[in-house]
Design a protein around this ligand. Structure first.
Ligand code: NAP
Ligand code: F7E
Length: 375
């Protein structure tokens, strides 16, 4: 407080168009922050998530690319933030095998660009780095915590290992408030369609509604992940920035499930047997994968007071119901912000099924919605 005026905190969130960015922006707005978010210039704008959460007019958007130092310097200078949340990344592990150098440039060097800007411009700016459970890679110990050795198994993880250490190095060397959140997989209806959970929930919805006849092709069904709920995980990011001292924290649920179990549960939510609809496809296997992740969030519980509440079954339920609802709205001719129309895999269905009369063209939809508690 200064002369009775409350200081409005300013946060700069990179990657505001991704899954986590809008949830974090919503949380920060609720806490009274002025929120700036960076986005990349693309030929087709990608603001559906911000629109879906009703945030597009509440945040100030700044064009910037993590590969372009000038744009980052401009973003920090113009916004003069108290806190930077660096969420932007080429975050799809599969693509990192196809684009290892781009991934290194963005996910590795991107953080260093910000840290250098902070070092030269204003060392009071707090920095959050989106680190990841992928760092554990060829896991040495289960469950994984802040002391478990890292052994990356992908170009993505190797790039994130560099940014993890640079965040730590700038903290130690220059006294910058720079923290790593080592977040395990976290999901939501805003997850990108290429990630396995959303790929499954979207297919379950289409199969249930009769929009997809062919089986769902998946790669490694045995691989295990510790899946949490994204809106809760962004709270942990903010809590890390509130600490007196910067530090690194594992954010996880402590529960682990296989991809097969996720699929089984997701089909069950729609009253379907996954064995009848899922086909293992060797072409979807990665050159190298991470087989077993399970995090220990004890430090976050003790030092941040953060605890996961939404776990596996509930997350699957939320995601399947959200996708069923979207397809159903679409079938009824509603227009709403959504990602499916931008994906080549969905285009055939979209052009086949437009309901001009505003009636569900798929029989049995009312029954399904009752089953899901939506009708
Ligand atoms: P996401 O949905 O893939 O979003 C990534 C964001 O980064 C998007 O806004 C994307 O913009 C932006 N971006 C990509 N390349 C960029 C570039 N060159 N310059 C500027 N922006 C760029 O990822 P997320 O799930 O929200 O994850 C947020 C962060 O946490 C990422 O760093 C990810 O690696 C990390 N992480 C995620 C998880 C998880 O389970 N979700 C777990 C651990 C760590 P466009 O919309 O234009 O593509
Ligand atoms: O894969 C297997 C796949 O792509 C999970 C990112 O947010 O979390 C995410 O990375 C597992 C892998 O996420 C398919 O091989 C099987 O073992 O959903 P995913 P990810 O690779 O765990 C971490 C924490 C991040 O930091 C990342 O940014 O599922 N899997 N079949 C499949 N995966 C995909 N995508 N598609 C399949 O058909």
């Amino acid at each position: 407080m200064l002369l009775g005026l409350k200081l409005v905190k300013r946060a700069l969130v990179t990657g505001i168009t991704g899954q986590d960015g809008p949830y974090l922006a919503r949380l920060l707005l609720d806490k009274g922050y002025k929120v700036y978010g960076t986005y990349r210039r693309t030929s087709t704008p990608n603001f559906w998530r911000l629109q879906q959460l009703g945030l597009i007019r509440k945040v100030t958007l700044i064009p910037a690319d993590l590969g372009d130092m000038a744009s980052l310097l401009e973003a920090v200078t113009v916004t003069n933030p108290h806190e930077i949340y660096n969420l932007a990344a080429q975050s799809f592990v599969g693509s990192s095998f196809d684009q290892p150098l781009l991934t290194t440039e963005i996910d590795g060097s991107g953080a260093t660009r910000f840290l250098e800007i902070i070092r030269h411009l204003n060392t009071d700016i707090k920095f959050y780095q989106a680190s990841t459970s992928e760092l554990y890679g060829a896991v040495r110990k289960t469950p994984q915590d802040e002391n478990t050795p890292f052994m990356p198994n992908s170009p993505y993880a190797a790039a994130k290992l560099y940014s993890f250490h640079m965040t730590r190095v700038y903290r130690k060397a220059y006294g910058i408030f720079a923290s790593n959140g080592i977040l395990f997989n976290h999901e939501s209806p805003l997850r990108g369609l290429e990630f396995v959970t959303r790929k499954i929930s979207n297919s379950v919805a289409k199969i249930k509604l009769g929009l997809q006849k062919e089986p769902l092709h998946l790669g490694n069904l045995e691989t295990r992940r510790d899946w949490g709920y994204a809106p809760e995980y962004v709270q942990a990011m903010w809590m890390m920035m509130k600490k007196k001292q910067p530090d690194d924290f594992v954010i996880a649920t402590g529960e682990t499930h296989s991809v097969g179990e996720f699929a089984e549960e997701a089909f069950a939510v729609a009253g379907l047997n996954w064995k009848e609809h899922v086909q293992a496809d060797r072409r979807l296997l990665r050159p190298l994968d991470v087989s077993h992740l399970c995090g220990n969030p004890a430090k976050a519980e003790q030092e941040l007071g953060w605890k996961p509440r939404v776990t596996f079954k509930k997350i699957v339920d939320i995601m399947v119901k959200a996708d069923v609802e979207r397809w159903q709205k679409y079938l009824q001719g509603e227009i709403f912000p959504w990602d499916a129309p931008s994906y080549s895999s969905e285009i055939d269905i979209l052009s086949r099924t437009v309901s001009r009369e505003g009636k569900p063209p798929v029989p049995g939809i009312a029954k399904l919605l009752r089953h899901l508690g939506k009708g």
